[in-house]
Write a protein that binds this ligand. Structure first.
Ligand code: ATP
Ligand code: MG
Length: 577
């Protein structure tokens, strides 16, 4: 294609509204334009990259024997009511009414619709397993659409759904997806990591996220360099660091003391001189409108995802100040477990067996010392805290690290969370009616593109991996008025096309500097520059990622690019037989 005829609106300055590099660069390089908050139009370059990503995704899904569908993005409320998610999805769901006043929504994920197809048609174990997928637009009314294409209200997801006769079958479908996701992300040129994940609103048990380490990410991942353990903070487990001081000996009874105006752990610590680890942090949380008292070691943080899973609650939130007084008898800052009867007490495992600790006395401005866990109050123990940087790995005891990451894909073993309530049944080998077990698997195409830009950019602009760059090579004549340069550029351009390369000819009447800058900004992996060296039969081959140039002959330029591209492109999987 000829650049002079294309619409590639590059910007010289960084748009003020964009904070993360991928957002800034996709705007500056003329890939995207915003229509409204979290709603973008994809211009020519973004569409080309997304089509390449889509192709990789499709090839790898086809290779595991998945079948491509296209479902409606407009859903009747009924299917969502059957699964119980019409209410559960809350404000994230875009809802509308038709002319008859019937409720509809825009698809944010498709477990319900896929299950409705399956229950109407699947009759026998002989028809299983099935894996159905689509590459389609999703709508989510995100509370904070930020960071360009990373978190948008309309995006493209490859979502797939597996139906198996039993858990063993599900594990196979799950592993197939795990492998496909690894291949998709490697082929897209991303440095990624599969991590254990929390299942969240999807329900179900086992789940992995595929994440890309990046400071622009919103997820925190706990990583062990010792054994490779990696998990989302929402799910990660760890060995707590030792207490700053051993518990003092003795078994004196709890003793009240005045702590006027001391509310936070830090304030009480300053007041009583004991380390944070000798204090019990008490939090009143409300799980589906029921208060619970949650206890943690003073230096630990509550992990709401773990608490939500433990209680099987739809929603967990901190109690309002008046709810705290109502259930604990004192205000926030002075509450504790001793004498509590109005709510269940759940304590983090790191408190098990501890004694002579300090905690709130359930009287305003007063605390208790000498409190022994298990003696002065009963609690249910569970892992409720965030793993922290430097905590021990539960598998190999090496110190854990925290890393910011972008989630690009998520796979779930759903179990029977949809097939059961929606009435999907088939006959098993003995003619008995059974409920198939399901998995669901999602990967975001825009997330792949924006993560690729986050991981691959420099001062000059985007450095997209070859496999997903909008063009593979640009041919740039330095001086168009020079006939020999123009003709040589045309020749190389034609040769590139003959070789099947994705080539762009920069035939714009611009200064060479402008052309170089634009090509670097939009991130074309290779540039063949036709300039003064042509008199000696040579042109320059520049590599966008290293920014190094080598001289090659006019005749071999296209072939050289082809060689480099082949070296950089991981092979596609062969289609399923
Ligand atoms: P997040 O925690 O980032 O909101 P999610 O857990 O809601 O993601 P899933 O429901 O598992 O995401 O969706 C599968 C994939 O779809 C994600 O891994 C991501 O790549 C993509 N995705 C989800 N929400 C968005 C969004 N608002 N904008 C762009 N891509 C998204
Ligand atoms: Mg989400």
């Amino acid at each position: 294609m000829r650049w002079s005829q294309l619409f590639i609106p590059t910007l010289r300055d960084t748009p003020a509204e964009a904070e993360v590099p991928s957002h800034q660069l996709l705007l500056r390089a003329g890939y995207i334009r915003q229509l409204a908050a979290g709603i973008y139009n994809y211009l020519f370059l973004a569409k080309r990259s997304l089509l390449k990503i889509e192709r990789i995704v499709r090839e790898e899904m086809d290779a595991i024997g998945a079948q491509e569908f296209e479902l409606s993005e407009l859903h009747p409320a009924e299917v969502w009511r059957e699964s119980g998610r019409w209410e559960k999805m809350g404000h994230d769901m875009f809802r509308l009414k038709d002319r008859w006043g019937r409720d509809l929504c825009l698809g944010m994920t498709e477990e319900e619709v896929m299950t409705s197809i399956a229950r109407g048609e699947l009759r026998s174990y002989k028809q299983l397993p099935q894996i159905w997928y689509q590459i389609q637009v999703k709508f989510r009314d995100e509370p904070r659409p930020t960071s360009g294409l990373m978190r948008v209200r309309r995006f493209t997801m490859k979502d797939s759904y597996s139906f198996d006769i039993d858990a063993e079958g599900l594990e196979i479908s799950y592993q197939k997806h795990y492998g496909a996701y690894c291949r998709i992300l490697s082929r897209a040129g991303l440095r990624y990591l599969p991590v254990e994940a929390h299942s969240g609103a999807m329900g179900g048990s086992k789940s992995h996220e595929f994440v890309v380490p990046s400071d622009a990410g919103e997820d925190l991942i706990v990583i062990c360099d010792g054994c490779g353990y990696a998990a989302n903070l929402e799910k990660a487990v760890s060995v707590a660091q030792p207490c700053a001081e051993d518990d003092p000996p003795g078994d004196a009874a709890p003793e009240e003391f005045a702590t006027p105006g001391k509310k936070t752990i830090a304030e009480v610590v300053e007041f009583d001189g004991l380390p944070e680890t000798s204090h019990i942090k008490s939090l009143v949380m409300v799980a589906d409108e029921k208060p619970v008292l949650v206890l943690l070691r003073g230096d630990h943080q509550l992990n709401e995802a773990k608490l939500t899973s433990l209680l099987g609650a739809a929603e967990v939130r901190p109690a309002h100040p008046e709810e705290v007084v109502e259930s604990a008898g004192a205000a926030i800052g002075s509450i504790g477990p001793v004498g509590v009867t109005k709510m269940e007490i759940i304590a983090d495992q790191a408190l098990e067996g501890r004694r002579n600790m300090v905690t709130g006395a359930n009287k305003d401005g007063r605390h208790l010392r000498n409190v022994a866990v298990g003696r002065d109050f009963e609690a249910r123990f569970a892992d409720l805290r965030d793993a922290g940087e430097g905590d021990g790995c539960v598998h190999c005891s090496k110190p854990l690290k925290l890393q910011k990451c972008i989630e690009v894909g998520h796979i779930f073993q759903l179990g029977y969370a949809y097939s059961e309530p929606m009435g999907l049944r088939v006959l098993d080998r003995n003619g008995k009616e059974v409920t198939p077990i399901m998995g669901s698997y999602g990967i975001g195409l825009e997330r792949i593109l924006s993560s690729a830009v986050e991981q691959n950019h420099d001062d000059a602009g985007i450095v997209l991996p070859v496999s997903i760059a909008p063009f593979e090579v640009v041919v740039t004549p330095v001086n168009l008025k020079d006939d020999s340069q123009r003709e040589a550029a045309e020749r190389i351009y034609r040769r590139c096309k003959e070789l099947g390369l994705d080539v762009l000819l920069d035939d714009r009447k611009e200064r060479a500097g402008v052309k170089f800058k634009d090509a670097e900004l939009i991130g074309i992996p290779f540039r063949i520059t036709v300039g003064k060296k042509l008199s000696g039969g040579m042109v320059e081959l520049a590599d966008r990622s290293t920014r190094l140039s080598t001289d090659v002959t006019l005749e071999e330029a296209a072939e050289k690019v082809q060689e480099r591209l082949q070296a950089a492109l991981p092979a596609a999987s062969t289609p399923a037989s």
